[in-house]
Design a protein. Structure first.
Lengths: 283, 230
């Protein structure tokens, strides 16, 4: 059985030092090439084809923004990256999607392990109906990442810190996650997603339900998280895509029309369809 | 890239109005250059005064264009070709305002030269120079309005002619000064006029470069440099 190991857990096995929580744990060098790669990806919902031959590389430590009108397939593609589409009846994925060169649609692959390595944050903050602490501790616990309570504490604290939420919740870790404001809940969900030390973080419109201040906090956070994670974000806000991402991919009617450096895409797109979409024209 | 219409019609209107304002300001500045040159060559005091008055309108246009551009950026957050239109509108308005100042300089000198007697041969060079830069300015504005990048390239290539003419005019006027020191005052005035016109040529080049960037999203100067290197 193929088990995708997190780099963190590889480090543990390699060094036999049970200190997984420390940020400075010696990590094996990152593999070369893109973090994730899609080749000729076709997706069908029953008879209807939703994606047509998508070829897209997700580069390491970059934020890749997926943009396009509703129904263009950007969320479908995002959900292919951690096999969230498996949960949809009648959904069929063709082609190859790799994570560090390994096929994530390999039959023997452990999907739970995959989702620990490719975390996800959704449009609407969805904390578990548990305490703030338990929300973040859940992932590391079920993945057996923290054998002792101290180690679990370390992971929870460092994840909440990384999510920029620590100062606001340090005295109320036992309170329910749902007692937080919308923006705080979203950062809690980010803390929960990064607690399993994923390589890639998928974000499906993470700030669309938030006010401008909470949005700015999330965007600042995305920029900081890029140092440790590779991020793929779906957004309807052109300005947000322009602000947070280094690469942008424009989808239209299930096809990848244009993919490139964000700055270039928003000042001088190559394709008319991209230009029409980002400038708000009738295509 | 051909342009479709914006979904939000008021946004479409704002961009059209901005583009129109640039054309209008361009028209005023072209007229100012033509009038100031004519005033200089015919020593027309009244026309010179009109140019100085018109400059206030040109300055007002620049403020209006800047306000329009800032408002579009603040409220619409333009992207791609729209962003380039707004940014180049600010640049072009600035170059046009400076060109207007040059026209005003020529008009001021007309008033100063009026009392002096000058042989017509002194003016010939200045007249040729003025004709050339007026054509350059018109071509640059046409390239911007007509959306033709190849016209913009031509304007930039012709700027060398303007510079060469300024250099030759400088030598010519120097010769007149050496021939008879009584010419020095007049010729110095004309030298300054030539310099003003040479600067108008530079602004025309800037406008052409802005037109090229607006239309292609690429910087002409950088592309030219690359071409020379390869």
């Amino acid at each position: 059985m193929t088990i995708l190991q997190t780099r963190e857990s590889q480090a543990m096995h390699a060094t036999m030092t049970p200190e997984p929580a420390g940020d400075d744990a010696a990590l094996p060098p990152e593999p070369a090439g893109p973090a994730m790669s899609g080749r000729n990806v076709n997706v069908f919902y029953g008879q209807k084809q939703a994606l047509f031959g998508i070829d897209l590389d997700i580069e390491r430590h970059e934020v890749t923004a997926l943009i396009g009108p509703s129904g263009c397939g950007k969320s479908t593609f995002l959900r292919c990256l951690n096999r969230m589409n498996d949960t949809i009846d009648g959904c069929r994925v063709e082609g190859t999607i790799t994570l560090d060169g390994e096929d994530i649609y390999d039959r023997d692959l452990d999907v739970v392990e995959l989702r620990a390595r490719v975390g996800m944050v959704f449009q609407k903050p969805n904390p578990f109906p548990k305490s703030i602490y338990e929300n973040v501790a859940y992932g590391p616990r079920i993945h057996g990442m923290a054998p002792s309570r101290t180690e679990l504490d370390d992971i929870v604290v460092s994840s909440i810190r990384r999510a920029g939420l620590w100062e606001e919740v340090k005295d109320r870790l036992k309170e329910p996650g749902t007692s937080l404001s919308g923006g705080q809940q979203q950062r809690l969900c980010i803390a929960r997603a990064i607690a399993t030390r994923p390589d890639v973080l998928l974000m499906d419109e993470p700030a669309s339900a938030l006010d401008p201040i909470a949005t700015a906090v999330i965007e600042e956070l995305i920029d900081e998280l890029r140092e440790n994670f590779t991020i793929v974000i779906v957004t309807h806000s052109m300005q947000q895509a322009a602000r947070v991402s280094q690469k942008t991919a424009f989808f239209h009617l299930g096809k990848l029309i244009e993919h490139g450096v964000t700055e270039e895409m928003f000042t001088n797109p190559r394709h008319k369809q991209t230009q029409d979409y980002i400038t708000g024209r009738i295509g | 890239m051909p342009q479709s219409e914006h979904i939000v019609t008021s946004y479409e209107d704002e961009l059209i109005n901005l583009h129109k304002a640039i054309s209008e300001m361009g028209g005023l500045v072209e007229q100012a250059i033509t009038d100031s040159t004519k005033a200089l060559l015919t020593l027309d005091h009244v026309l010179a005064q009109q140019v100085r008055e018109a400059d206030k309108r040109i300055d007002g246009m620049q403020h209006r264009i800047n306000d329009m551009a800032v408002s579009i950026i603040a409220r619409r957050q333009p992207m791609a070709a729209d962003l380039r239109l707004v940014v180049t509108a600010i640049q072009v308005a600035n170059d046009l305002e400076r060109t207007g100042d040059m026209a005003k300089q020529l008009a001021k000198r007309t008033v100063q030269i009026e009392s002096m007697s000058l042989a017509p041969k002194f003016y010939n060079g200045v007249k040729h120079m003025a004709d050339l830069v007026a054509r350059q300015l018109k071509a640059a504005l046409d390239a911007y309005a007509g959306r033709r990048p190849e016209d913009a390239i031509e304007v930039c290539n012709r700027d060398d002619e303007v510079d060469a003419m300024h250099t030759s005019l400088f030598r010519e006027l120097l010769t007149y000064m050496m021939e008879d020191p009584r010419n020095i005052t007049q010729c110095t005035h004309l030298l300054f006029c030539s310099k003003s016109l040479e600067r108008v040529g530079d602004h025309a080049t800037n406008i052409a470069e802005a037109a090229y960037y607006l239309l292609t999203g690429r910087h002409l100067a950088a592309e030219e440099q690359q071409r020379h290197q390869s």
